[in-house]
Write a protein that binds this ligand. Sequence first.
Ligand code: MRU
Length: 379
Amino acid sequence: MADQYVQSGEDGRPKEIPAIRWDEPPEGPVLVLLDQTRLPAEEVELVCTDAPVLVEAIRSLAVRGAPLLGIAGAYGVALAAARGFDVDDAAEALAGARPTAVNLAVGVRRAQAAYRAELARSGDAERAAAAALGAARALHEEDAEASARMAARGLALLDELLPGGGHRVLTHCNTGALVSGGEGTAFAVALAAHRAGQLRRLWVDETRPLLQGARLTAYEAARNGMAYTLLTDNAAGSLFAAGEVDAVLIGADRIAADGSVANKVGSYPLAVLARYHHVPFIVVAPLTTVDLETADGASIEVEQRPGFEVTEIAAPQVPVAGGEPGGGIPVAPLGTQAYNPAFDVTPPELVTAIVTEEGVVSPVTGEALAELCARSRQV
Ligand code: MRU
């Protein structure tokens, strides 16, 4: 559990809390998260003083979403280093906290490599810790830049695919500022469309079972003054059939070398619906989400979550750790087994385009993806 919870707005005024920030109070460095399990009911900070607290925050989805997991992982290594804990142990625990979003391990390994390199060079643990923090900060900034560039590229693509504006966009899970150093991935494109006066409606899938759409995307859409409507995941089919969806915009947790896209469970059925209804299915993700070492969709490890997330409804503002097994309100007979994969995999042939900060891949093929990655490495 958290070391410490800090309620926002203690002076009676609402406070803007970033999804993640590094802080150095007199007691020592900390990583401060906006606890996403408590949204939208409460904006509460979760203060991590060491890697195990952060690992628990990652597992419980207090901090979540692929790009932010990478940033958090990198800061987690920096935190362990700054506090004098074993950096390699911390890195192992952090990288393994959740298996599907490749960004997590990428962020962890980047900060760990910076730490090791500086330690080997200078033999000075303090300098090595500073190097790890520098790597985390750089990743954080790069992600913000990538987010802005994806938003611009995604908006241009929408305008090209759907001339005339007035886009009605369906999205799934949560892909905004809560998962990013910037304004997010897919959500950032919708936000750019909104700011350009081109977004007629954002359809927000509630995203069973943990309600990232209802709790988080609706929260971000409302805060940005966007025209949005929440629907149950099961209602998407009739929405397509009624001709109410012009495009689907989603993020990704891992994109394999063949262009297969792992994202929040429920993305694949949307891709099938989109194909049937001739609607573009667009994936927006930074290059840190592309994993050329994972050959194809079948090779992506999909996280299996505890069944109680399906058999119980957890009040979002109440941490589920209280009772047994999940402490929520049962919605199925006691002892019911549940199938609860956190993600599914959409094959490349169902993806109209992958939008990255460095360019758009369409049609989606392994060759085109490899070429984009190679080009971006040369820049
Ligand atoms: O289980 P979560 O909430 O971490 O899942 C997040 C998603 O599936 C997002 O769509 C994905 O990370 C892309 S966010 C840019």
